[in-house]
Design a protein around this ligand. Structure first.
Ligand SMILES: C[S@@+](CC[C@H](N)C(=O)[O-])C[C@H]1O[C@@H](n2cnc3c(N)ncnc32)[C@H](O)[C@@H]1O
Length: 291
């Protein structure tokens, strides 16, 4: 199968910063899952994309970011994409910002790179100078942001005019991750916290800060087969599992075990035995004169 799979193009028509000291940033960080060192370590193990999938994603993201000497990843987590982008974009400096010290510790441990710098901070108070970045990535983070318009204002501040932003997420109306097949409770939960496409675009285009360049979908294998996916989910590494009781988690794992026993080598609706995960990709361009 081709690693670049453009599944669907979606149609669209198209400062006052509170400075916080790093300790304060951790103090106000309420995302318990990502602030827990044990979960951060499990996250690193449980979210490792197959190498070819990660390279395909990094290639796709880099192709949308345009010429960039300094790329920011907001909500960098354990640095999987920071290191992959550093490999993909020679000479570029990558700055990975995250409010979780345990996640950044895992990033430094597993995804250190001479051109990648990890910094403590939140999306709405980035520890960076105005106009100091050429491009930015927000991968699987927009649903965590307590105030997306504030994050968009802050992103506009640190990006140069014309700078590109890639948002990698799943919008509410297209939530279709493999995990929902086995834990349907998570679909209802995520429908409450993930923004709809129109909401997301409005948050970033508000005030004329960003223009929408493209919205499309991209899918890559996340596991070679269902059995491998089962072992990954059994780590309970995704923060979304935190909302499930022990019994709910066990019931979903039992549903997945049953599916593995029927069809260990292939997931339903996936090709070549691999289990695919699809994401929506929104590409934005910072306007010349942000409001
Ligand atoms: C699901 S992880 C994504 C990590 C990485 N971008 C990836 O795709 O693998 C979400 C990350 O967002 C971070 N995060 C949560 N709230 C945030 C905020 N207000 N500003 C920036 N990052 C935040 C968490 O600490 C966590 O590392």
């Amino acid at each position: 199968m081709t690693r670049f799979q453009l599944l669907e193009a979606h149609s669209f028509e198209s400062v006052c910063i509170v400075r916080l000291q790093p300790r304060d940033v951790v103090g106000i960080f309420k995302d318990i899952a990502h602030a827990d060192p044990r979960l951060a370590a499990a996250y690193e193990r449980g979210n490792d994309l197959p190498g070819a999938s990660l390279r395909a994603w990094a290639d796709l993201i880099a192709s949308q970011l345009g010429d960039a000497d300094r790329i920011l990843e907001v909500g960098a987590g354990t640095g999987i994409f920071c290191a992959a982008l550093a490999e993909q974009v020679p000479q570029a400096e990558i700055v990975g910002v995250d409010p979780s010290e345990p996640m950044l510790a895992e990033a430094a441990r597993h995804h250190g790179h001479p051109r990648v710098h990890y910094r403590l901070g939140t999306a709405d108070a980035l520890p960076l100078d105005a106009g100091s970045c050429d491009a930015a990535l927000l991968s699987r983070v927009v649903h965590h942001l307590p105030d997306r318009p504030a994050a968009a204002r802050e992103l506009a501040r640190v990006l140069r005019p014309g700078g590109r932003v890639v948002i990698r997420t799943t919008v509410r109306e297209r939530l279709d991750a493999p995990v929902y097949r086995y834990w349907p409770e998570l679909l209802a939960h995520d429908a409450r916290r993930f923004p709809a496409e129109a909401e997301l675009l409005a948050d970033f285009t508000g005030g004329g800060r960003f223009a929408v360049t493209r919205v499309f979908s991209f899918a890559q294998p996340i596991a070679r087969n269902l059995a491998e996916l089962r072992d990954r989910y059994a780590l309970r590494a995704e923060s979304k599992f935190g909302v499930l009781s022990e019994a709910e988690f066990a019931a979903g794992l039992a549903r997945l075990d049953a599916a593995v026993s029927v069809e260990p080598a292939a997931g339903p609706a996936d090709g070549d035995g691999e289990v695919l995960e699809r994401y929506d990709v929104v590409v934005l361009e910072r306007a010349a004169e942000p409001a």
